[in-house]
Design a protein around this ligand. Structure first.
Ligand code: NDP
Ligand code: 8X3
Length: 253
């Protein structure tokens, strides 16, 4: 059994990854997010798929470095060895021109997508020391490859994730830890609702007239990436809906 820690498992891509990997009977799960009630619901769903799954859920705000250190160092003894980290927790807030952006939105994106990812990674790496198949998967984005109008700070955070993925791959080479970036285009999750501060209609309109990716699509890719033999690493995987050519160009019918 490989122990996988998924951040942001309460929704979207993180939740789908847990459900997909649960089908395989090869993983035990450390699942965290701020909304613990959602993690309890997810635990029930996983148990339906695989009643024997071992799961430990806990509350974690990745933005708080002290909370990350204390929570991870106080995990129960049987959960102190980690094979796989899926750095998935992340968000976009606002879609405004740089001159109109809100400082609170900028802070939340930078603190979560960049600093949060760094904090979790820092404290998990030592927990991977005994692993034969250690692997870190970072959720990047098409927004980490291109910049689109009004995407400014979100794109900057995902460009930072892209740089950190490359840096981790270099620095962790001697430790035998694989590092992969999965970079999706539009995936229909709670992402747009969070971006538009709870405006469900505006969020829905993002996906109107096209077929976006689903969390399940990304989870199947994560499963494939994790299933490669020890000598094979997928460095970087860019995946788009067929209806989306790049960061800006979509075709709606
Ligand atoms: P969701 O909003 O559905 O899920 C985001 C998850 O991140 C939630 O579980 C949320 O949990 C968690 N999260 C947010 N802030 C924090 C925090 N401070 N501490 C801990 N957990 C946090 O969006 P997605 O599933 O779409 O997003 C997952 C990742 O995929 C993100 O990194 C996103 O940038 C990336 N991505 C998404 C794309 C898309 O189009 N949807 C495309 C490309 C990349 P909670 O609120 O309970 O804490
Ligand atoms: C999320 C995808 O295109 O909304 O990272 O930036 S996009």
């Amino acid at each position: 059994m490989r122990t996988v820690l998924i951040t942001g498992a309460s929704s979207g891509i993180g939740e789908s990854c847990a459900l997909e990997l649960a089908k395989e009977n090869k993983y035990r799960f450390l699942l965290c997010a701020r909304r613990v009630e959602k993690l309890e619901e997810l635990t029930q769903k996983i148990k339906t798929i695989n009643p024997n799954s071992e799961i430990h859920t806990f509350k974690l705000d990745v933005r708080n470095s002290e909370e990350v250190e204390t929570t991870l160092s106080n995990l129960p003894e049987e959960w102190k060895n980690i094979d796989i980290l899926i750095n998935n927790a992340g968000l976009s807030q606002g879609l405004d021109a740089i001159q109109d952006g809100q400082i609170g939105d900028w802070d939340r994106m930078i603190d979560t997508n960049v600093k949060g990812l760094l904090y979790v990674t820092k404290y998990v790496i030592p927990m991977m020391a005994g692993s034969e198949q250690a692997h870190i998967i970072n959720l990047g984005s098409i927004a980490g490859k291109e910049v689109y109008p009004n995407g400014n700070v979100y794109c900057a955070t995902k460009h930072a994730v892209d740089a950190l993925t490359k840096a981790m791959r270099i620095d962790l080479l001697s430790k035998g830890i694989k590092v992969t970036s999965i970079d999706p285009g539009m995936v229909e999750t709670e992402f747009s609702e969070v971006r538009f501060h709870g405006d469900k209609d505006r969020a829905k309109s993002v996906y109107h007239g096209l077929t976006p990716l689903t969390g399940q699509d990304i989870a199947e890719i994560v499963s494939f990436v994790l299933s490669r033999p020890k000598h094979v690493n997928i460095n970087d995987l860019l995946v788009m809906p067929t209806a989306q050519a790049n960061g800006t160009l979509v075709i709606r019918k």
